[in-house]
Design a protein around this ligand. Structure first.
Ligand code: ADP
Ligand code: TYD
Length: 205
């Protein structure tokens, strides 16, 4: 059975975690061994990043970019549940965010090429078989965030999410020779999005 590394990307509230869960269920039903994970991780480095996003700690965007580089390398290499270990154990990996999140989110505030260069080790170590970009209108995602979440985090303003979306598109264009990216219309029902995703993923199997 083909073993894949599938990454979900999109602005906050685009429906990544909802779709990652549904995709995992379908792949498990089809007999795949699945490991689902996310970035920023729940390691000490990832927790530090989340504390910055929640406003419990303060750091500038360059520091956030560097912390994400470190969190990602630990996510790949750590000996307990690192992605390389999971891959060696035969898992198909579904990851909610990976380096394109850094290109888009930190790329709004600093030179995107620096962020891409800083992530070359991760890209060389484990490149996604497919980046599924759930493309949702920032207005729609802000409505979802406002109605379902108690607190709004660092990057979660309408103006910023509009810029992040533009940066995603810029990064996909920049790396189109190296990266497989599939854009999915995220302004649909959960079921319709899941169907579009399944068409793309079953094509890869
Ligand atoms: P993300 O992981 O990208 O932040 P979530 O999957 O957590 O997004 O979804 C954010 C919120 O929007 C959740 O409350 C979820 O139930 C809801 N949601 C997700 N997908 C859709 C959709 N297609 N239509 C309407 N609401 C959705
Ligand atoms: P996430 O937990 O996926 O939040 P959401 O469910 O709202 O999409 O991600 C938290 C935040 O982390 C999100 O605002 C994007 C940000 N982020 C970066 O800025 N750079 C990165 O490299 C990563 C992985 C995430």
């Amino acid at each position: 059975m083909k073993q894949l590394f599938i990454v979900f990307e999109g602005i906050d509230g685009s429906g990544k975690s909802t779709q990652a869960k549904l995709l995992a269920e379908k792949l498990i039903a089809a007999g795949h061994k699945i490991y689902t994970t996310f970035e920023p991780t729940d390691s000490p480095i990832g927790s530090m990043i989340r504390n910055i996003f929640k406003g419990r700690m303060n750091a500038d965007h360059q520091t956030i970019a560097a912390l994400n580089v470190a969190d990602r390398l630990d996510h790949l290499h750590n000996e307990i549940n690192g992605l390389l270990k999971k891959k060696a154990e035969g898992y198909t990996i579904i990851c909610d965010r990976y380096y394109f999140s850094s290109y888009a989110y930190q790329g709004v505030h600093m030179d995107m090429d620096w962020v891409i260069a800083a992530n070359t080790l991760s890209a060389a170590t484990l490149r996604p078989d497919v980046n599924l970009f759930i493309d949702v209108d920032p207005e729609v995602s802000m409505q979802r965030l406002n109605s379902t979440r108690g607190t709004i985090e660092l990057y979660e303003t309408l103006d910023n999410l509009k810029l992040v979306r533009t940066k995603y598109v810029e990064a996909f264009e920049k790396l189109k020779g190296e990266e497989k990216v599939v854009s999915i219309n995220g302004n649909q029902t959960v079921a319709a999005i899941a169907e579009d995703i399944w068409k793309e993923v079953s094509f890869e199997l």
